[in-house]
Write a protein that binds this ligand. Structure first.
Ligand code: ADP
Ligand code: ASP
Ligand code: MG
Length: 452
């Protein structure tokens, strides 16, 4: 039995080809505490599968299939896996082909089943790779463990059921072998496949870490660490050695793609340390996310979340009347719209909606707008980006908003939320200008080349 239980998750770019998969296998080989291995689909596969939602023509749909088949066959042959894995892979691929031929492109429920093939293919290959390296490993279908509600495309996990199943099916097994399973996918009460939203493999790994009372959750990805901002946007970004659960939760919620926004929730519930590191350079220091850190900088990091929609409703009925906001939120709830930020004035309310999520775009329907228009004037603004300064005591520290507004004096700020949380100050700007705003703020607020 290992000393500790570590759950290790590897993302899509970490599994892009046979070389990348071999690097991940070596990370596992040298640490016998890594008992649960959670995998994303290979790089690009989920995007290919997701593109099927907008392709009606069968021959175009089948050419997507051929691309996925070729990519996985190439990895299989480069890894030189035994015939049994070729057979397993081909069975999965023929299931995928049949599903592509029969599925209704616009049905979000069928989409989840299609998307699940990405993770099922990658984890089949990876189980074969570990065993061929002499690391005893078994494939586990995550849908047996990760029970969710039936909100296809963005399902909510059912934590108690997940814990019961993990204790029953995983705990006895991890003593003798590594278990390889899929991130992102689960199943509902009727055993129909669901997904946890794009990027959801991080969340799966955190849910399993929680269910098994793991000691450490490891997220292996294509960056060395969590940086002070997305290093793709800002070349001055600095790797963060240690940060708190609260800071990381806010950062991911406000758009840092490095972690799915819900990942920290299970870790916080069970106080499980999270490590973010690079599967390409595993020896480089990564980021530890823990309950408390010695330093509490006012600004730890800056995030950017694109594709936000701002809905402003305006009605004189709001003035000194009760019930208007209740009516407004009731309509949004009926259409399952999740609102992120809200600001109100005497006669108007502005709300932001993340239209970057799979599924949400479909739900921002003309019918919903019509219903809103029955109670108020409605304005919808698209192509905005949400920028958040994430840190500590931002609600009570002087000297942040002054320089911030000075720097942005020629930028049209569409909405500001300040004071509701001590961990963030955020605002909406035109998406086209967002990257340059982040670069500017980063230069001013983040000390350069100094380790946090
Ligand atoms: P994976 O496939 O491993 O899940 P993702 O692409 O989902 O990887 O997340 C890693 C990416 O997150 C990085 O390549 C980087 O561009 C982006 N990212 C955004 N914000 C940050 C940040 N603050 N620190 C590090 N990476 C970030
Ligand atoms: N493969 C899924 C996606 O690309 C889940 C993940 O990678 O975390 O969204
Ligand atoms: Mg990811």
């Amino acid at each position: 039995m290992p000393d500790l239980i570590k759950v290790a998750k590897f993302g899509g770019t970490s599994l892009a080809d046979a070389n990348a998969m071999n690097r991940c296998a070596s990370i596992i080989e040298f640490d016998s505490d890594k008992r649960i291995i959670v995998l994303s689909a290979t790089s690009g596969t989920t995007n290919l599968l997701a593109s099927l939602a907008t392709i009606d023509d069968l021959s175009a749909r089948l050419s997507v299939f051929e691309q996925i088949k070729e990519n996985h066959h190439n990895i299989l042959s480069d890894l030189n896996l035994p015939d049994e894995y070729q057979k397993m892979l081909d069975e999965l691929l023929s299931g995928l082909k049949a599903k592509i031929e029969s599925a209704e492109p616009h049905d979000i429920r069928e989409m989840d089943t299609l998307l699940s093939y990405g993770e099922r293919l990658s984890s089949t290959l990876f189980t074969g790779l570990l065993n061929s390296k002499g690391i005893e490993a078994a494939y586990v279908d995550a849908r047996k463990i990760i029970k969710t509600n039936s909100q296809y495309g963005d399902a909510e996990p059912l934590v108690d059921q997940i814990r019961d199943r993990a204790e029953k099916f995983l705990l006895p097994e991890i003593k003798s072998k590594r278990l390889v399973t899929q991130g992102f996918i689960g199943s509902d009460k009727a055993e129909i496949t669901t997904t946890l939203g794009r990027g959801g493999s991080d969340y799966t790994a955190a849910l399993l870490a929680e269910a098994l009372d793991a000691d450490v959750l490891e997220i292996w990805t294509d960056v060395n660490a969590i940086y002070t901002t997305d290093p793709r946007i800002c070349s001055d970004a600095v790797p963060i050695t240690e940060m708190t659960f609260d800071e990381a939760a806010e950062l991911s919620f406000f758009g840092a793609k490095v972690l799915h926004p819900a990942t920290l929730k299970p870790a916080i519930r069970k106080n499980i340390k999270v490590y973010v590191g690079s599967s390409i350079y595993p020896d480089q220091p990564g980021t530890w996310i823990v309950k408390n850190t010695l330093d509490k900088p006012i600004i730890r990091a800056i995030s950017l979340r694109p594709e936000q929609t701002l809905i402003t409703v305006h009605s004189l009925d709001m003035l000194h009347r009760h019930g208007f906001l209740a009516k407004l939120f009731q309509i949004l709830a009926e259409y399952k719209i999740s609102v992120d930020l809200v600001t109100t004035s005497e006669v108007s309310v502005s709300l932001t909606i993340d239209t970057n999520q799979t599924g949400l775009l479909q739900r921002l329907s003309p019918e919903m707008i019509k219903e809103l228009e029955s109670i108020a004037e409605v304005q919808v603004e698209k192509d905005l980006a949400l920028i958040a300064l994430v840190g500590n005591n931002l609600d009570s520290t002087a000297g942040v908003s002054g320089p911030l507004f000075n720097m942005l004096d020629n930028i049209n700020i569409r909405m500001i939320c300040h004071g509701a949380s001590s961990h963030n100050l955020c605002f909406l700007v035109d998406q086209q200008k967002a990257a340059s705003v982040v670069q500017k703020l980063h230069k001013y607020f983040i000390p350069q080349k100094v380790e946090n």
